[in-house]
Structure formats: C-alpha cells, structure tokens
Design a protein around this ligand. Structure first.
Ligand code: ZN
Length: 379
C-alpha cells in the first residue's frame, strides 16, 4: 500500500479543508473537480433529490426538520439542494471537498473495529448553523464555492480498498445534506464487504433515516445539549428530532456512539447533563459510549475560554453515576478518560494514547478479567 503524507501547504494547494487526516488523496488519483461557474445551472454532480414533495408553496425537501421550500433558482438552508424548474436537486453528488484517511478513533468511535482506518468524505453544506462549528469553512458554505474532488460512489469504494480502509465515513460537515451521495456510496461499500460510518448531528426525519440505517454500520451522533432553547440559539435546530434519531439508530441496530461537546456558559449546566444522561439510560442507550468533548474557541464563539478539564471530569462522573457504561473525554491530551474500563470489575481494558491503542484486554467482546460482555463491534 502506498501512503503519502502532505504538508499543510500541500493540503491547502489541493483544496483540502476541514479536519486534518493522516493523508489525503493525491489529486491525480481523485481528479479535482473544480467549481461550478454557473451555479444556477445543473452540472455533472447534480442529481435529483430524494424525499421531495409538492406543496402549495412549492417543492419541499423532507429529509430534515428544516423542511426547506426554496424558490426556483434558490438553495436550501443546507446550501446543498437547489430548486431547478420546480424540482430539487442535490448539487454535490460525487463531489466531496474533504477526503482523508482517518483512524476510526478520530470519528470518534472507540468501540467499533478499533485500530482500523476509515476512508472519510464530506461535501460542503450543513443543515444546522452551530456558533461553535469547527468545520465552518466547509459546513457553512455551498459546494459551488469549495474546491472539490471528482469522486463518484464507485470511485470511493476503489479508493477505500486501495488505502486498506475497512470502512467509509461520511463526516466532517453533515452527511444528512449529502444524503443521496451517502446512501448510494454506502450501498456499494457494503457490497464490497466494507463498513459504513455516519458522523452526524442526527438532524433528520424518520423515513430518510430508517432508509439510511439499512446500510450504516456505526454512527457517532452529536447530542449538542438537552434543551430546546439552547438548540435553537446555539445550533439553529431542535432537540426532539435528534432524540428521535438516537432511538431510531438503536432500533435499527446501528452501532452508536454519542458526543456531547460542552461549551462554557452554553451547555455546561450539570443538572441538564444529568437529565440528558438519565434520558440515555431510560431509553436503553447506556451501553453505547458517551463522549464529553472539550470546546475550543472557534468560529463565532472565539471570545469564550476552552472547556475546563474539571467540567468534563464532573460531567463524566455524573454520566457514570447515571449508569452510562462507557464515558470518555475528548480533546484533552493526557486524560485517562480515553481508556476503556470494565463496567463490572473496573479494570483497565483498553489503553489509548492519541489514536493509538497501547493495551487491549477485551477478548471476544468480553472483559479478559471477569468475562463481563463489553458492548461494541470488536472484530
Ligand atoms: Zn471486568
């Protein structure tokens, strides 16, 4: 397998944006797609959108709770769909702006095929508008404004195999907005014997989600807070659809890991965190890992400090006391809370440093010391 590392400068030259990966695809392999110079015209990477419905106000997108009805020539709120002569088209099909090979631990997924790599793709656009977005340069823009790769679904599979990835991840921005590309790619990925990973805010309607779940193996879903008023102000979204989505992933048998990014002054209320953990427990989601992730001052919240480590540790204690079995802390170098401990005998089962695994005492999905089942997809 040929691996090539790029400097930051080379990354920029190739137009790679978003979170940095181990490497990106050489442009000669992927084929840089370029921009659409006439955004109001359909282009090579346009495809008729799924889940659109006629209404008296015009054609409406029914993929996510935004339910956009863009006027002819206009884009949806997620910047990824256009109304062309009364029909909706996705404009980023096979046209990702970010392509990397990442350790699966970076998604983050700690209980899903540890130590393997995920071929990771994203197009521009998002159906939320989080004030703290770390990938805002690609999430809060449109595919016609990013430098993109020409990477149709069959090519994604070939590249994933070429780079010895065991999975393909739809990530960085918001795969709900490039739904058709995700779905078609995921079907081909499955038939090639690889797995599919969704990294998403889970802001999606039930029908499209259930359809997607049939081909998704694992998901990391952001649960951004546990209050409607915070979702509205911080994320320009709603909480309830995300809670519904979490239950649907569970029902559909998708391996789930949940991330709660704690932002000082926004969602660091411990009573709310306790309420959230109790909800996860009551809805049978306590065997899935929960990550409390550290906020870094970015995008529109640069005036805030990073989350104190003590806040994350306190949240972790609350979650463990609520019965969540595996609680991790993200974005804090040196914390022991990236290790996996047995929920029964409390021994160290998996020691992690960065994205590396230093020790692993999970044998056939069980604790090597007390034989307690450790939930996850280990093989
Ligand atoms: Zn044990």
């Amino acid at each position: 397998m040929q691996k090539q590392k790029y400097t930051k400068r080379e990354f920029l030259k190739l137009g790679i944006t978003g979170a940095g990966g181990l490497m990106c695809m050489p442009a000669a392999v992927a084929g840089i797609g370029g921009r659409n110079s006439k955004p109001d015209e359909l282009w090579k990477w346009s495809k008729e959108a799924m889940f659109q419905t006629e209404t008296p106000r015009g054609v409406r997108c029914m993929i996510c709770p935004n339910e956009c009805t863009p006027k002819p020539g206009e884009l949806s709120d997620c910047h990824n769909r256009i109304n062309k002569d009364g029909k909706l088209y996705t404009i980023a099909y096979g046209n990702p702006c970010a392509v990397h090979v990442d350790p699966v631990e970076k998604k983050p997924l700690f209980h899903f095929k540890p130590g393997t790599h995920a071929f990771s793709i994203a197009t521009a656009g998002c159906n939320l508008a989080c004030l703290n977005c770390q990938n805002w340069t690609i999430s809060q823009t449109t595919p016609t404004k990013t430098q993109n790769f020409d990477l149709m679904p069959d090519k994604v599979v070939k590249q994933a195999v070429h780079y010895s990835c065991e999975s393909v991840a739809y990530t960085y921005s918001e795969p709900v907005t490039f739904y058709e590309y995700t779905l078609d790619t995921a079907k081909l990925v499955r038939s090639a014997g690889l797995k599919n990973i969704l990294v998403s805010a889970g802001y999606i309607h039930e029908d499209p989600l259930r359809k997607l779940c049939k081909v998704i193996d694992a998901a990391n879903i952001d649960l951004k807070s546990f209050k409607e008023s915070i979702y509205l102000k911080l994320n320009a979204g709603k909480l309830q659809p995300v809670l519904d989505a979490l239950k649907i992933f569970h029902e559909e048998g998708v391996w789930l890991e949940i991330t709660n990014l704690i932002i000082p002054g926004w969602n660091d209320d411990f009573d709310m965190i306790k309420e959230m953990c109790d909800w996860l427990y009551d809805n049978d989601l306590y065997r899935y890992p929960l990550f409390f992730s550290r906020f870094m001052p970015l995008y529109k919240l640069t005036q805030l400090p990073p989350t104190p480590a003590a806040t994350l540790e306190k949240a972790r204690e609350i979650a463990l006391a609520s019965g969540i079995q595996f609680v991790y802390i993200g974005n804090v170098p040196g914390t022991k809370a990236t290790n996996t401990y047995c929920p029964k005998c409390h021994k160290l089962l998996m020691e992690r440093r960065g994205y590396s695994i230093l020790q692993n005492h999970i044998k056939n999905g069980h604790c090597a010391y007390c034989n307690e089942p450790i939930s996850g997809v280990w093989e």
